[in-house]
Write a protein that binds this ligand. Structure first.
Ligand SMILES: NC(=O)C1=CN([C@@H]2O[C@H](COP(=O)(O)OP(=O)(O)OC[C@H]3O[C@@H](n4cnc5c(N)ncnc54)[C@H](OP(=O)(O)O)[C@@H]3O)[C@@H](O)[C@H]2O)C=CC1
Ligand SMILES: O=C(CO)COP(=O)(O)O
Length: 326
């Protein structure tokens, strides 16, 4: 790696712009934000404002902007900050320009819908010569960009690499904890979105704060089952990428997934923003079935989104399941 690290962030949406902002403000590394719309990238370079993604945030003077895929070519660390279902496509576009020793970090919270595979598996297949790490945990883009204190998990195939990446990407306001559990960290990020939709439905239907707390707790049990069945660690579920992000997303109106759940409960359509949990619900239910696991909340959310179950019946079904131990 070079003396001054070069961090490239691909995806000039809310999260990518926030990550690039906090890392450029830190000033240790050279940071480039790469988007696919040349007009947008030219505007960001001229105005240092991205009002569609992060209203009111001044993008640091030291941040570089590019719409050219070859802007990744001398980057040591490349953050993939586009939605889950676009990660494979982005790997095909930017992969040919990566430098030989670049480390790739997926920043999306989801599971590949077509293949039901983790995003790290998808990226490893598409970019076989690059180590693939995962960034996930509680942190709204706006909070990160405003320099509010945030902490997330950084998982890599080996804890030594995770520690190097966590040190390099952390800043005084954005703190990363290293992990070698890419499975647990990714499943936490994907499932908490599904559970946040469930909490939005509870809120939208006025079912009460007690019901929300029960959902968070029983949802965490579902997360644990899938994480351990797929080879992840139970400890990860209790950490930032599991419990931490679940609590944040299931309780804050900043969450698009929570707002989507509220809209579903009110019979409204949620338009214009990314709802990762709407993709993750069906694929998580498929994974649960494949591993012969009971994940009733996840299955109910998937069925409600698909239109095969109405909300009242879902609540009845969840409340009248056979009594069991916790
Ligand atoms: N927003 C947040 O607070 C947080 C988001 N995340 C996660 O980050 C991921 C991105 O979310 P977010 O930034 O909010 O979403 P946005 O909708 O704000 O931005 C998505 C960005 O991805 C770009 N993009 C889409 N497809 C491709 C592609 N094939 N190649 C390159 N770029 C592409 C879009 O570009 P274009 O405009 O050209 O389509 C857009 O700039 C999600 O998985 C989300 O769960 C994680 C933590 C916090
Ligand atoms: O993942 C997030 C915060 O950690 C953002 O959640 P939403 O995608 O629901 O807005």
């Amino acid at each position: 790696m070079n003396e001054q690290q070069h961090i490239a962030v691909i995806g000039a949406g809310a999260f990518g712009t926030a990550l690039a902002t906090v890392m450029a403000l830190d000033g240790r590394a050279k940071v480039t934000l790469i988007g696919r719309d040349p007009a947008l990238m030219a505007d960001l370079k001229a105005d240092h404002l991205h009002d569609a993604a992060l209203p009111g945030i001044y993008l640091p003077d030291g941040l570089a902007f590019s719409a050219e895929p070859d802007a990744v070519s001398d980057a040591d660390i490349v953050l993939f900050a586009m939605p889950s279902q676009a990660q494979a496509d982005a790997a095909a576009t930017y992969g040919p320009y990566l430098s030989a020793d670049a480390v790739v970090v997926t920043c999306a919270k989801g599971i590949d819908r077509q293949t039901a595979r983790l995003l790290s598996d998808i990226l490893e297949e598409k970019l076989p010569h690059h180590p693939v790490a995962v960034l996930s945990g509680p942190g709204f883009a706006m909070d990160i960009a405003r320099g509010l204190p945030t902490a997330m998990a950084l998982a890599a195939p080996h804890v030594e690499l995770a520690e190097v990446l966590a040190r390099t990407l952390s800043t005084p306001t954005f703190r990363l904890y290293a992990s070698d559990d890419r499975i647990g960290v990714q499943l936490g990020g994907a499932l908490k979105n599904v559970l946040a939709i469930a909490c939005g439905i509870v809120e939208g239907r006025g079912l009460g704060e007690s019901a929300r707390a029960a959902l968070i707790s029983r949802g965490l049990a579902e997360m644990s089952r899938l994480v351990t069945a797929m080879g992840g660690k139970a400890d990860t579920v209790r950490g930032l990428s599991g419990l931490g992000d679940l609590v944040l997303t299931a309780t804050s109106h900043q969450s698009r997934n929570l707002r989507y759940g509220i809209a579903l409960a009110n019979g409204e359509s949620a338009g214009g923003y990314l709802v990762e949990g709407a993709f993750a619900a069906a694929v998580s239910a498929r994974l649960a079935e494949g591993h012969q696991l009971s994940m009733p909340i996840t299955e109910a959310v998937a069925a409600i989104i698909e239109g095969s179950l109405d909300i009242d019946r879902a609540v009845d079904a969840l409340m009248t399941r056979p009594i069991t131990t916790e």
